[in-house]
Design a protein around this ligand. Structure first.
Ligand code: FE2
Length: 205
């Protein structure tokens, strides 16, 4: 049984007013995902916008890459049907994971109150042949603490909508050659409580 010992962000109390379901979504087509994955794998884009970050050896990380801006808008339009409140953009981010990368269990910062993790595509390997999916696990929050783990199997174009600050999430070791994943974030439109997060002034990915 996986346990999560991290401390919850104080903004989590706001999920009572602004509930965000933990659920599978398919906000873009496989074809749109393919285009986005091509852009993410383009050596010129990697040179211009990509960065290396210490927890992810071999991965290319992109904070707010302009070539994903249209996808951010499309995903935002798609998730509004699952929310009974209006949302404001904070930021988005993408990562081109490498073999052996993993994601330790964690919950996100305040700018990620409403979040989508979206699979853009894979480069396969003998241990991760065509048609494979690299799952994401998440714990749905309950009144008394974290609920049971839910596993999301993602093909290109598939995503997970989740309450980023309250639902701990993780990924076990990736056995493929590359995986393109994008992370899109919003907060509820409420200037009083969430105004400080609009446009992600912290600029921390
Ligand atoms: Fe996260």
């Amino acid at each position: 049984m996986i346990q999560f010992f991290g401390q919850k962000h104080p903004i989590c109390t706001e999920y009572a007013r602004f509930p965000v379901p933990l659920r599978a979504i398919t906000p873009i087509s496989a074809e749109q995902a393919k285009d986005a994955y091509r852009a993410l794998s383009d050596p010129e884009n990697i040179n211009t916008y990509g960065k290396r970050e210490t927890p992810y050896p071999g991965a290319d990380c992109f904070y707010y890459p302009p070539f994903l801006n249209d996808v951010y808008k499309a995903v935002g339009d798609h998730i509004r049907q699952f929310l009974d409140f209006d949302i404001v953009e904070t930021y988005y981010y993408a990562r081109r994971y490498d073999t052996g990368n993993e994601l330790k269990i964690h919950a996100d910062r305040g700018s990620c109150f409403v979040s989508v993790s979206l699979c853009l595509g894979y480069d396969y390997s003998p241990l991760f042949p065509e048609g494979s999916a690299w799952p994401i696990g998440a714990l749905e929050g309950t009144e008394t603490g974290p609920g049971k783990p839910i596993e999301f199997q993602m093909q290109p174009g598939d995503g997970m909508l989740y309450p980023g600050c309250s639902a701990p999430h993780w990924r076990d070791m990736f056995l493929g050659a590359k995986c393109g994943q994008a992370f899109f974030h919003w907060v509820p439109k409420d200037d009083q409580v969430f105004g400080e997060y609009y446009g992600d002034p912290d600029k921390l990915a």
